[in-house]
Design a protein around this ligand. Structure first.
Ligand code: SF4
Length: 342
């Protein structure tokens, strides 16, 4: 990937769910969970995807690995050659998916309570005929050491571990096949705040050690800010702003981004809230507002906002930052001071 090619390109991804009702299953509408989303992730990068619950961010993560089938669009994964995950047949997809692993939200339900940790972490190695017997034991022990767990604990069952330790087990399992890309879907949201920081630091350390690339999905802006190189903000199935983390937090261009920052429970101590806090609910994607989906909650809306959806366009004088707002250049928004070295 030294030629600057991305590791992952998501192009015009759509995931629609048709709804039917009545005895004759008449079409009642379409839920546009993901609606024409495009982004790229560079090798070694952490790309944060943030938004309120139900905005479609987890559906993107699932669509990338075809845990749900995309309705349209391309997902180009650059291995030895570009492969469009959205179009691969079952066998080809199985091969490509060895290089993409998942870390789930809930470390309690994602580990089989009847299996020993050795079997949980070693499963991908066994299934793919990579190791067995003593070699498997050694590799599992090595993986456990990598995530800060004692190798001799591999004979224990998941219930013998705390929430943070279970998430470490999930991460060790994800590392087993030496993936290029790890999709982390709300990986710390079920954990205590102090443990969250430990897991985030572990993910950062592993990224440096193994050259990993992360797609990091979270509703928590503080978490996303801590770990991401770039961030995309989602609202009702669409991206409304993307950019390098520091720029997006210090100088947000979209009123929704600014409102999320303002509503965040953990802003920087120097931050004084002066802009309106986000009010109202996320709209039902089945009946998403016309034009800019954010207009019913936006204090800056004008007539055109109800009629036309603004495309995602580059922000002048801010390389890498894009925003979908008709009036981004006219609105003055407040960010929060950067608190991470990223
Ligand atoms: Fe607000 Fe209009 Fe911009 Fe949407 S396009 S965020 S409604 S100003």
């Amino acid at each position: 990937m030294s030629d600057g090619a991305p590791l992952l390109e998501v192009r015009n991804l759509k995931k629609y769910y048709p709804l039917s009702q009545g005895l004759f299953k008449r079409k009642a509408g379409t839920v546009k969970a993901v609606d024409d989303v495009s982004f790229t992730i560079q090798p070694g990068e952490t790309f944060g995807l943030v938004g309120e619950s139900g905005c479609g961010k987890s559906t993107i993560a699932k669509s990338v690995i075809r845990a749900v089938e995309p309705t349209d669009g391309d997902v180009i994964f650059h291995l030895d050659r570009p492969r469009n995950l959205a179009k691969l047949n079952r066998e080809e997809l199985k091969v490509a998916r060895r290089h993409i692993q998942l870390v789930f939200q809930d470390p309690f339900s994602s580990l089989n309570p009847r299996h020993r940790v050795r079997d949980i972490i070693g499963e991908p190695l066994k299934v793919n005929n990579v190791a067995d017997g003593k070699e498997l034991e050694d590799q599992v022990g090595h993986l456990m050491s990598s995530v800060g767990l004692r190798p001799e604990y591999q004979v224990r069952y998941p219930h013998a571990f705390s929430g943070g330790q279970r998430q470490r087990i999930g991460i060790a399992r994800a590392l087993a096949m030496h993936p290029k890309l790890i999709i982390c879907d709300e990986p710390v949201s079920a954990l205590d705040v102090s443990v969250q920081a430990q897991i985030l630091n572990l993910l950062s350390d592993l990224q440096s050690e193994f050259g990993l690339t992360y797609l990091f999905v979270s509703h928590d802006l503080g978490v996303v800010q801590h770990i991401s190189d770039r961030v995309a903000v989602m609202y009702v199935g669409r991206l409304v702003e993307t950019g390098p983390t520091r720029k997006l937090f210090e100088a947000p261009q979209h009123p929704y981004t600014a409102a999320l920052l303002s509503a965040s429970p953990k802003p920087h101590p120097r931050f004084r809230r002066t802009q309106p806090v986000l009010t109202g609910e996320v709209p039902d994607p089945l009946s998403a507002p016309s034009g800019c989906h954010f207009h019913p909650r936006c204090p800056y809306r004008q007539q055109v906002c109800e009629e036309e959806f603004p495309p995602l366009e580059p922000v002048p004088d801010s390389p890498g930052q894009f925003v979908a707002c008709h009036f981004a250049s006219e609105i003055e928004l407040e960010g929060v001071p950067a608190v991470t070295p990223r």
